[in-house]
Ligand binder design. Structure first.
Ligand code: GLC
Length: 394
């Protein structure tokens, strides 16, 4: 089977139905639940061949939206789901994940022209972004905060070591223990950003805010199609405000850095977060050009024989088999690919696509990969590789 057919087959194999809800497991053995940004990736990959399945994926994702608009990062559909963590909520996590929902909705709409779907899903989608803009930016600083590393989608990234106060050689299991302690602390203060941020974990993350800017711009397009003028204005306004705030608080030495705490201390660890702002058009063309030379093409930082590292090689925390501490993941590849294309870096974008294809055809649809050797690790039948369907088309 070629890689594209394998991607389509995994999306079908991992599909589940519970009480009339349809969703896709990222990996049946390792991640037997529904996950927020994973479902958005599934919808992006499915919308060309199976648009109805893509719509169902987003409907089920939004079904367990909380009354305040928050969309949980995990939904446990089956009562017997393995390795469940008790979040203090009924069957869902109390954390969220990078806000890719508007992007996924728009991908479905632009292929199907189904305005009824847009109108049906819009209120829940808009409420989710309203939640982020208010509850996760309680002081109106125009940067949205995360209250746990898992909300970044990059669970043990060394970007968060200083905030978590963990050593750079921390083991995977000790890191997990630390994050679970943090969830207990989050729960003790009722997952309230304003209370949690002072005492536990409060990070303004570059990928999360870049993804938010892009998604707010798309939300504005959706509002415009639905002739909701005021919402269109709100979404565009906040996209611009966040853009400006990112430049003010995060930009230094030609790149964007995530920050921690109330005084925006920069988390100076070189990770793929440097590339994420390309996705939202936050670099000038000149800055993007120098990012390519200094980071994308540099074998000492991000460019490895088999992919783009998630942590730069020269970082002391770098581990090629270290999960988010250096290994290659398909979602960052996809964000970098889209970002490069949007700036007209065709050659570099094709390199990312070829590297992705190489990993998937040699190591299979694994969760993450060794950038130096191409070896695959972690979950099997992992759906993120299906993003290749989107890279093969654009
Ligand atoms: C891992 C990843 C996270 C993803 C989840 C399910 O925890 O770090 O980003 O959503 O697996 O695939």
């Amino acid at each position: 089977m070629n890689v594209a057919d394998e991607a389509r087959a995994i999306l079908k194999e991992n599909r589940r139905f519970t009480n009339g809800h349809q969703y896709t497991l990222p990996s049946p053995s390792t991640y037997p639940y529904q996950w927020l940004w994973d479902s958005c990736f599934h919808a992006i990959a499915l919308c060309r061949d199976e648009p109805d399945a893509a719509k169902q994926e987003l409907r089920s994702l939004l079904f367990r939206q909380l009354p305040d608009g928050m969309v949980p990062h995990i939904t446990y559909w089956e009562p017997g789901d393995l390795h469940r963590y008790e979040w203090g909520l009924d069957g869902v996590s109390a954390l969220t994940q990078p806000p890719m929902i508007a992007y996924a909705v728009w991908e479905i709409y632009r292929r199907t022209n189904d305005a009824d779907f847009l109108a049906e899903i819009y209120p829940a989608v808009f409420r989710y972004y309203e939640y982020l803009l208010t509850k996760r930016d309680p002081l109106d600083h125009h940067l949205v905060g995360i209250i746990n590393p898992d909300e970044s989608g990059e669970d043990n990234s060394p970007r968060f070591d200083a905030m978590l106060k963990v050593p750079l050689d921390i083991s995977f299991s000790d890191h997990l223990k630390r994050r679970i302690e943090l969830i207990d602390a989050n729960r003790a203060c009722n997952f309230n950003a304003e209370t949690c941020m002072h005492t536990h974990f409060w990070v303004k993350d570059v990928p999360f805010n870049s993804i938010l800017v892009k998604n707010l711009q798309i939300l504005a397009h959706i509002a415009s199609v639905l002739e909701k003028k005021e919402d269109e204005h709100t979404a565009n306004l906040h996209a611009d405000l966040i853009k400006d705030a990112m430049r003010e608080w995060m930009f230094e030495d030609g790149v964007f850095w995530s920050t921690m705490g109330m005084d925006y201390e920069k988390l100076r660890v070189e990770t793929w977060a440097h590339f994420a702002p390309l996705f939202a058009g936050l670099y000038t063309p000149e800055e993007a050009g120098s990012l390519i030379d200094r980071y994308f093409a540099d074998p000492e930082t991000f460019r490895a024989p088999h992919g783009i590292r998630t942590t730069a090689k020269r970082e002391p925390s770098y581990r090629p088999d270290g999960y988010w501490r250096g290994s290659v993941w398909m979602a960052p590849h996809w964000f970098i690919y889209q970002g490069l294309l949007s700036y007209g870096f065709e050659k570099e974008a094709q390199q990312v696509r070829e590297l992705s294809l190489g990993l998937l055809s040699d190591a299979g649809f694994r969760e993450y990969f060794n950038p130096e050797t191409g070896e695959g690790y972690g979950a099997k039948n992992f759906t993120w590789g299906a993003l290749i369907l989107d890279m093969m088309e654009s």
